[in-house]
Design a protein around this ligand. Sequence first.
Ligand code: MLT
Length: 202
Amino acid sequence: MKHLFKKGTNSNKPTLLLLHGTGGTEHDLLPLAEIVDREANVLSVRGNILENGMPRFFRRLAEGVFDEEDLIFRTNELNEFLNESAEKYDFDRKNVVAIGYSNGANIAASILFHFAGGLKGAILHHPMVPRRGLDLPNLKGIPVFIAAGKNDPICPMKESEELQELLTIAGANVELLWEHYGHQLTRTEVEAAAKWYQEQFS
Ligand code: MLT
């Protein structure tokens, strides 16, 4: 997968996996990594799908309606890419924390839904429920931060609450932050995510 890797200055820190939103690139979320943990390795990946020229991590049939078969295929592909990258760049595969926005948050949530040990933790900005009717793996103690917008036209409030509930039932420790805006990524939610991360991982 197209990506960039930046070696951190402290090898005890997690590797931050950055996953952009629809139409983004591997460069978009680099400023978030700087705010969250400037000592950590950064692995930032570009989605393999193109929708009208816009990179995404998996196909969708319509706004908010995911192509489930492709989602499963792409989730496996990303997980395999993480395994290979850990070897190639010599980082601890068991110590990866995702930071995803929108479509990138959805594939990060999908990794959590499909793989025990896929992520050490996750910061999900404006995620949706990636799949329904699935038995989630044991996510005991996995910290997850969700930032959601009360006026998000793409992701209704009850969808964020459902995601929080599904992850919590699987054992994850989920914190849900509500913003009063829509689907946009706000400075205040990034700062809240950074504060939360520092409590979890230092
Ligand atoms: C998606 O994965 O389709 C998102 O939740 C919405 C978007 O990326 O525009």
